[in-house]
Write a protein that binds this ligand. Structure first.
Ligand SMILES: CCS(=O)(=O)c1ccc(CC(=O)Nc2nc(-c3ccccc3)c(C(=O)c3ccccc3CC(C)C)s2)cc1
Length: 243
């Protein structure tokens, strides 16, 4: 079919995701059976809280950097003002990580890929934020039930990022136009693949926002309880986004 703008935009969204998705969905699926042994789990549980927080902060920072690269490749994102690009990434990067992370979640064993193998929630006990970890698993579980294709993950990620209702935007109209084009392209894809029902089953935006807020709060609690941990122990980007 002729390369109508929506088709071109769709190709750009899919290519941007494929180029920056960090681990391939297929690889993640193939490694599902590979879970940590009881000994390895208890070794993680015996880690000091600071060590586990720093490891997770490092992982999150890597994931966020891939999301920044995804945004930069999205047609139209680089045409936004620098200020608005930063506003959208500060508000949305962690939300996109959470959406992408569902590909690394195995609902059958309720485990997530972490540092080379699949881990249950109990592996993260040393973090001291049992509720947050449980909520992340629940959220990943709800997303994995939707059986996203990579194209759907790509579009959901793009629409999480390009959100004209984020506060502090300077050129809200420009973001709304880009958001509108992405929305139309996504709906065309869903119609073509008989997946229109997906839109009604996506979690409300508030779920993502609440999870990110819980993460920021738990980080704050951890840092207050461990005044000895130097801020330099966390990657600058992680501190900039969450501390
Ligand atoms: C995201 C791109 S990907 O290619 O799919 C990919 C690429 C790479 C990986 C490997 C990986 O980094 N897994 C991590 N797992 C968790 C985790 C941790 C608690 C429960 C559930 C998953 C990480 C976190 O640090 C995390 C994740 C979400 C919110 C908050 C946090 C930190 C908090 C809990 C201190 S990192 C997985 C998936």
């Amino acid at each position: 079919c002729p390369r109508v703008p929506a088709e071109q935009l769709t190709q750009n969204v899919l290519a941007s995701h494929r180029a920056t998705c960090q681990l391939g969905a297929e690889d993640l699926r193939l490694r599902r059976g590979d879970t940590f042994t009881r000994e390895e789990v208890s070794a993680y549980q015996r880690q000091p809280a600071a060590e586990m927080w720093q490891r997770c902060a490092g992982r999150i920072t890597e994931a966020v950097q891939h999301v920044v690269e995804f945004a930069k490749r999205l047609r139209g994102f680089m045409e936004l003002s620098q200020h608005d690009q930063i506003v959208l990434l500060k508000a949305g990067a962690m939300e996109v990580v959470l959406v992408r992370m569902c590909r690394a979640f195995d609902a059958e064993t309720r485990t997530v890929f972490f540092e080379g193998k699949y881990a249950g929630a109990e592996l993260f006990r040393a973090l001291g934020c049992h509720e947050l970890v449980g909520s992340i698993f629940d959220f990943a579980q709800s997303l994995s039930a939707l059986r996203f294709s990579e194209s759907e993950v790509a579009f959901v990620s793009a629409l999480v990022l390009v959100n004209a209702s984020r506060p502090w935007l300077q050129e809200q109209g420009k973001v709304a136009r880009l958001q509108g084009h992405l929305d139309i392209a996504f709906r065309l894809l869903l119609r073509r693949t008989q997946r229109e029902g997906l839109l009604a089953r996506l979690p409300p935006r508030g779920r993502l926002r609440a999870l990110c807020w819980q993460h920021i709060q738990q980080l704050g609690t951890f840092l207050r309880q461990h005044p000895g941990v130097p801020p330099a122990a966390f990657p600058p980007l992680y501190r900039e986004l969450f501390a």
